[in-house]
Design a protein around this ligand. Structure first.
Ligand code: NDP
Length: 448
């Protein structure tokens, strides 16, 4: 698989050590494959054992989270924080609350985050954390007690210059509020240790919208540069109906596209007239309900059981915004057969490596997560800047900075794509190399 013996040995050892961690292995394989030409050109990486060091998290903490449910039962979950790499800044990355969370998922996300944060050009290292706690069906009080218990352990490892967590799947504004409240109570310190905060206590305008909007800014730039085209008049399918999916829909629609399908983990909706986003916001943001209610509330469109079927819908642009590995090779083949021209990843690693390669080999513009969804963490970086300045920028100011950052991420990735990619659509190689180079240089300059 690798031409370089150095990388071949590293990957074999890595595989042996992590044989039970499929997501982590997949992410490492993808990155190593992309950066191989750069590693072969720069002998210093091997001389300084840089790749071994890069592929080893600086710290990984696992802890128990004990809390009481509304019936008085004592419940126990696992908590994690992976502080992957701090070469270019304090660790930064979200917290995920979902029953599937385990060491493999946290490490894969933290590794991805390291390159993503590097791409933003802001001074942020990479980290990720979370719990196998399932927020679905829990009362507000249960969520609060869980968050308080989680933070009672996590606070020992974080701080505004050390590690700054944020939200991810299952962790939105409500959870960040409870986590922040507990952090402040325990440490007696009002600081920007978490991002994604509410606007009344240090949050940034446009943070909520940032990942979805940023994805669309990236996609629009890719369409303009590679195809002299735009979102205007395009038929778009978006998986998921959470934070990223909702604001990707909002921006794509504003840019002239028609979003015809969205999903949750049970099924998807199809609305040929274009999805009524106010209805989705009511269902998901206000009522915290299932997307199956859409046809009843919107009085149009249809609901189908099973979330994977969404990739059978004919579209020009596919924006997977739900979760990892939601597009496998079979779904990728269907999308290509149906004429998709671009795939933009809002979720982290939603395409399997096979699916990603299939898109690229078929000249479909492939916008990989670590570049295309970096708008969320970039705006978290802007939230940190505002907290340090004790100042707030307007929505427009933050949104303009976000747009500039996404255009820059595209250009930096595209430049490396032109040098090292399989073709012009291979932004995966370009993004991995652009993100890696900066982290590698910082690591080399800081010694061992
Ligand atoms: P949310 O919790 O707000 O929404 C997640 C959405 O994905 C929900 O609609 C959920 O449906 C759906 N989903 C979850 N698991 C599955 C599954 N196995 N199959 C199908 N659908 C599923 O999370 P976010 O929108 O914040 O995050 C979505 C993705 O974007 C994640 O991969 C996350 O890591 C990534 N991301 C998020 C950022 C952010 O700023 N929020 C930043 C960068 C990346 P249901 O309600 O049924 O569970």
């Amino acid at each position: 698989m690798f031409k370089s013996n150095y990388l071949k040995n590293i990957y074999e050892n890595f595989k042996e050590e992590n044989k039970d961690k499929s997501e982590y292995l997949e992410a490492a394989e993808e990155i190593l494959t992309s950066i191989e030409p750069v590693v072969m050109e720069n002998k210093v990486y091997e001389d300084k054992a840089l790749i071994e060091r890069f592929l080893t998290p600086e710290r990984f903490v696992e802890f128990k989270v004990v809390w009481t449910d509304d019936k008085g039962n004592i419940r126990v979950n696992k908590g994690y924080r992976c502080q992957y790499n701090s070469a270019i800044g304090p660790y930064k990355g979200g917290l995920r609350f979902h029953p599937s969370v385990n060491e493999s998922i946290i490490k894969f996300l933290a590794l991805e985050q390291t390159l993503k944060n590097s791409l933003t050009t802001l001074p942020m290292g990479g980290g990720k954390g979370g719990s196998n706690f399932d927020p679905k069906g829990k009362s507000d009080n249960e969520i609060m007690r869980f968050c308080q218990s989680f933070m009672t352990e996590l606070y020992k490892y974080i701080g505004p210059n050390e590690d700054v967590p944020a939200g991810d799947i299952g962790v939105g504004g409500r959870e960040i509020g409870y986590l922040f409240g507990q952090y402040k109570r325990i440490t007696n310190d009002f600081s920007g240790t978490l991002t994604g905060k509410g606007l009344t206590y240090g949050g940034s305008l446009a943070r909520k919208e940032a990942t979805g909007y940023g994805l669309c800014y990236f996609v629009d730039e890719a369409l303009k540069t590679i195809k002299n085209d735009s979102f205007n008049g395009k038929k778009v399918v978006i998986s998921g109906s959470g934070n990223v999916a909702i604001y990707a829909n909002e921006k794509a629609t504003e840019l002239g596209a028609k979003v015809v399908a969205m999903s949750d983990s049970n099924g998807y909706i199809y609305d040929e007239e274009g999805i009524d986003l106010d209805v989705i916001k009511r269902i998901k943001e206000v009522e915290r309900e299932r997307i199956s209610l859409y046809p009843k509330y919107a009085k149009r469109g249809n609901y189908f059981e099973g979330s994977r079927g969404i990739w059978e819908i004919k579209c020009d642009i596919a924006l997977p915004c739900a979760t990892q590995n939601e597009i496998d090779l079979k779904s990728a083949k269907t999308l290509v057969k149906n004429g998709v021209i671009l795939v933009g990843e809002g979720a982290n690693m939603p395409s399997t490596l096979e699916a990603a390669n299939y898109f690229i080999e078929n000249d479909i513009i492939f916008c990989p997560a670590k570049a295309a969804n970096a708008g969320g963490v970039a705006t978290s970086g802007l939230e940190m800047s505002q907290n340090s300045l004790r100042y707030s920028w307007t929505f427009e100011e933050v949104d303009n900075k976000l747009k500039d950052i996404m255009v820059n991420i595209f250009n930096n990735s595209y430049n490396e794509t032109l040098k090292y990619g399989k073709n012009e659509c291979d932004l995966l190689t370009g993004a991995n190399i652009a993100g890696f180079k900066k982290v590698a240089t910082a690591m080399l300059e800081q010694g061992i």
